[in-house]
Design a protein around this ligand. Structure first.
Ligand SMILES: [Zn+2]
Length: 419
């Protein structure tokens, strides 16, 4: 086998209904089709793997997951195979949302393993609509905005939520504001969710009252105006969905380009709109709690949700050197950084598998004995570890780099030397 050290990726696009028809085509320089293009997947997920276009042309494009299964050590390196088995431990995406995604929570690894085993034992088919755990893994995720980006993330501090519910002045919510002031949020919030999602779902007229109040607060200005505008849009996108009440309990976050959120297990979240790069452990385990036509398993949801309240932590990349900034996250499966190479070649030996996405400008990869690889804006490339030194140059280039996280972090490649 003579696989080159790097190869361009040909990536599948997921056409979920909430996707922007234009943002991903604008990034990749392709013509919009008129259909939504929600997510561009860069990775080896078996349901939609990227394909490698080998620069030497040998064998033509091949699915990355199949190449990894056939050549785990060559494609991932023995360290990564030892840590995670013969599979790429992360999935890298460009996400482009015109409308809100479902409100959701991801389980811990222990919860996922137990839930997966229980559903397997009960014989629930993997593709059944009520199936919750698609695999035994957890799914920490990190999203970095590429422009103006709106999200809901974690439960808002209880006194602030009580103020918002008061300001909405809707009878359905008044009692919960009092409860939030009188009792611990960790008791009130699960009771509220159980009530609105299962036992006593709000009626259409009640949801319309809330929506009217959201429009009023959005128009009046004040501390909740921006959040209320976001909630009102979500209400219009998912009419009659009781998840709107759950959304009111969460922090509304506005990110600008380069700002990021890390979503750990148990943290409820929803992306409302915007374009970003997202890096996550390679799992499909999602428990939905609203803003969705899909199955909502309320007991399962409450069992994995963390009812911790607080302000969300907005991350920015920590300056490494002048060439690479890293987004801090505790995930073992992945690490996200941003590279800004210039005309002087930066050289690296890579011990872990990597995917680079060129988000701005143009970059070029060079390895002795192989054809140079041009990375225009929107192009992505897979670099396999241990294939010798690789050099990167760029013109106005900004690249996002996905690779495995700690403990191998000390030696994931760039930046280590310059030539
Ligand atoms: Zn998520």
């Amino acid at each position: 086998m003579s696989l080159p050290p790097f190869a361009l990726l040909h990536n599948p696009v997921r056409p979920y209904a909430w996707g922007s028809p234009t943002a991903i085509p604008a990034l990749t320089g392709t013509a919009p089709t008129g259909a939504p293009q929600a997510e561009l997947w860069m990775g080896a997920h078996p349901s939609a793997p990227s394909e490698l276009l080998a620069p030497d042309g040998a064998g033509g494009p091949q699915p990355l997951d199949e190449l990894i299964q056939r050549y785990p050590n060559a494609m991932l390196g023995p360290d990564t195979v030892g840590r995670f088995g013969p599979a790429l431990p992360f999935l890298f995406k460009v996400l482009a949302a015109d409308r809100a995604l479902s409100l959701q929570v991801h389980p811990t690894r222990t919860q996922a393993a137990a839930g997966y085993a229980a559903e397997e034992a009960r014989g629930v088919p993997l593709d059944a609509p009520e199936r919750v755990f698609k695999d035994p893994g957890h799914k920490p995720e990190l999203i970095c905005a590429l422009g103006d980006f709106e999200a809901l993330c974690g439960f808002r501090p209880a006194p602030d939520t009580a103020r918002l519910l008061d300001a909405l002045a809707v009878p359905l919510l008044a009692r919960w504001a009092d409860d939030l002031r009188a009792h611990p949020a960790a008791e009130v919030l699960p009771a509220l969710l159980r009530r609105v999602l299962a036992e006593d779902r709000p009626t259409g007229p009640q949801l319309r009252d809330i929506t009217r109040a959201l429009h009023r607060l959005a128009a009046e200005g004040g501390p909740f105006a921006e959040a209320c505008a976001g909630y009102a849009r979500a209400a219009a996108q998912y009419p009659g969905d009781p998840g709107l009440v759950a959304a009111l309990l969460l922090n509304h976050v506005r990110l600008t380009a380069g700002q990021a959120l890390y979503l750990d297990a148990g943290v409820p979240h929803a992306y409302l709109r915007g374009v970003g790069v997202e890096l996550m452990a390679n799992s499909d385990n999602v428990l939905r709690c609203g803003l969705t036509p899909k199955h909502v398993d309320v007991d399962g949801l409450l069992a994995v949700t963390s009812f911790h309240t607080g302000e969300p932590q907005v991350l920015t990349a920590l300056p490494g050197d002048r060439f690479e900034d890293e987004f801090p996250s505790p995930a073992e499966e992945f690490r996200l950084s941003r590279l800004r190479p210039g005309p002087a070649a930066v050289r690296a030996e890579l011990p872990t598998p990597q995917i680079l996405l060129c988000a701005e400008g143009r970059a070029r990869l060079h390895a002795p004995g192989f054809a140079d690889l041009d990375l225009p804006r929107g192009a992505s490339v897979y670099l396999r570890p241990g294939a010798g030194p690789v050099e990167l140059t760029g013109r106005g280039a900004e690249l996002f780099r996905a690779t495995t996280g700690a403990p191998a972090q000390a030696g994931t490649g760039w930046p280590n030397s310059r030539s």
